[in-house]
Design a protein around this ligand. Structure first.
Ligand SMILES: CC[C@H](C(=O)O)C(=O)SCCNC(=O)CCNC(=O)[C@H](O)C(C)(C)COP(=O)(O)OP(=O)(O)OC[C@H]1O[C@@H](n2cnc3c(N)ncnc32)[C@H](O)[C@@H]1OP(=O)(O)O
Length: 316
C-alpha cells in the first residue's frame, strides 16, 4: 500500500478518548508500568519490533567537540522503526556521557532528517501497549538529551515529519537547510505528539503557534521557522554548515560552556519556583567565577587589549 493510502487507513483508526476511557487508560498504564518496570524491557520490546534502519553515535572526526547521533534508514527518509527507537535511546546515552565532546549534533543520513514513525511499524504497534512503550522510551531519551550538559543541535534537511519534529524541538538549537520543511503532522495520522516531545514543541514554538501548527498539521518551510526563531540558522551547503558548527568550539573554557547550558536549562527546563531558579543561577555562576579558567581568560583578555593598543600605536 502506498504512503498516503496507509496514512488514511491509520487516520481512520482515530479514536477520540471520551472521558469514560480516561479511567481505563489510568488503569492500563499502571498495569503496563508494572509489566515493563525496567527501561531496558521497553527498549528490548521496541528492538524486537525490528523493521529496519538504525541510529548510531560517533565523535565527529573533523571536530572533536561534536558528537554525532545519526539516523540510518535512507530508503524510507529515515522513518523511525522500533529498532531505531531502541538505538536512539542507546545513542543518546552514549552521546551525553562522552567526556570529550561539548555538543550533540542530531542528523539524518542522505540529506533528510526523519519522516516520523515508519508507517508499517506504527500500524503494527497501534495498541495501548505499543503507545505506552514507544511514548515512555522516546520521552526518556528526549529528556536525557534536553537535560544533559551538552548543547544539542538538530540539523534539519529534507523532511522532518511528526515525531521527528518532537526530536528536533527537544534539542537546544535547530539549524536547517534553506529548502527543508517541518511537518507538525501527528494529527494527520489521527494522533497527537507521542514521542514525548509535546512540552518541547510548546517551549520552542510558544503556545499559540504550537496550537496552530498541530491543529492544522502544518507543513512549514525552514525560512518561516527561521523568521519565528524556531530555527536559528539557515544553511545552503555542507561547507557552510561545517563552518557554522565550528562556532561551538570558540569558547576556550569548557566550564563556561557548560555553565551557559545549565543557565539556560535552569530557566527553561525544570519546573522550579522562581526562588529556587535564582538560587540555582547563583550556584551555576559561583561554579565558574574564580575558577582557573576564569583567571586564565582575564589574563588573555588583558593581553589582547595590550596587543591591540600596541598595534594601534604602531600604525600611527
Ligand atoms: C506520534 C508521531 C507519529 C508516529 O509515531 O507515527 C508520527 O510520526 S506521524 C508522521 C508520520 N509520517 C508521515 O506522515 C510522513 C509520511 N511521508 C510523507 O509524507 C512523504 O514521504 C514526505 C513528505 C516525507 C516526503 O515526500 P517525497 O515525495 O519527498 O518522498 P516519498 O513520499 O516518495 O518517500 C520516499 C520513500 O520513503 C517512504 N517513506 C516516507 N515516509 C515514510 C514513513 N513515515 N514510513 C514509511 N515509509 C516512508 C515512501 O514510502 C517512499 O518509499 P518508496 O518505497 O519509494 O515508495
Amino acid at each position: 500500500m502506498n504512503t498516503p493510502g496507509l496514512i488514511l487507513r491509520l487516520a481512520s483508526h482515530r479514536q477520540v478518548t471520551p472521558a469514560a476511557f480516561i479511567h481505563k487508560h489510568i488503569q492500563v498504564i499502571s498495569q503496563l508500568s508494572s509489566k515493563y518496570e525496567k527501561d531496558d524491557a521497553k527498549e528490548k520490546w521496541l528492538k524486537e519490533q525490528g523493521d529496519g534502519g538504525s541510529v548510531s553515535y560517533a565523535r565527529n572526526g573533523s571536530n572533536n567537540d561534536l558528537g554525532l547521533v545519526t539516523f540510518h534508514h535512507k530508503q524510507k527518509l529515515n522513518a523511525f522503526t522500533g529498532a531505531m527507537m531502541h538505538d536512539f535511546s542507546v545513542a543518546v546515552r552514549e552521546a551525553v556521557k562522552d567526556e570529550k565532546t561539548r555538543c550533540v549534533v542530531v542528523r539524518g543520513e542522505n540529506g533528510n532528517f526523519c519522516s516520523g514513525g515508519e508507517l508499517n511499524f506504527v500500524e503494527r504497534i497501534a495498541s495501548e501497549e505499543g503507545s505506552f512503550v514507544m511514548n515512555t522510551v522516546m520521552m526518556t531519551a528526549l529528556k536525557k538529551l534536553a537535560n544533559s550538559e551538552k548543547v544539542s543541535i538538530a540539523v534539519l534537511e529534507g523532511s522532518t515529519m511528526g515525531g521527528a519534529s518532537e526530536i528536533a524541538s527537544a534539542c537546544d538549537i535547530r539549524v536547517a537547510h534553506r529548502k527543508s520543511k517541518v511537518g507538525f503532522v501527528q494529527g494527520k495520522m489521527g494522533v497527537c505528539p507521542g514521542w514525548g516531545g509535546g512540552r518541547y514543541l510548546l517551549k520552542t514554538l510558544g503556545t499559540a503557534r504550537a496550537m496552530e501548527y498541530l491543529a492544522t498539521a502544518a507543513l512549514v518551510r525552514a525560512e518561516e521557522l527561521y523568521k519565528i526563531g524556531y530555527v536559528t540558522h539557515l544553511f545552503d551547503s555542507e561547507a557552510e554548515l561545517t563552518e557554522y558548527l565550528k562556532r561551538f568550539s570558540r569558547l576556550e573554557s569548557k566550564n563556561a560552556f557548560v555553565a551557559a547550558k545549565r543557565m539556560v536549562a535552569n530557566y527553561s527546563g525544570k519546573t522550579r519556583n522562581p526562588k529556587e531558579k535564582e538560587e540555582e543561577e547563583r550556584r551555576i555562576f559561583m561554579s565558574v567565577w574564580g575558577h582557573a579558567d576564569h583567571k586564565k581568560s582575564i589574563q588573555a583578555i588583558r593581553d589582547n587589549l595590550t596587543r591591540a593598543k600596541k598595534e594601534k600605536k604602531d600604525k600611527k
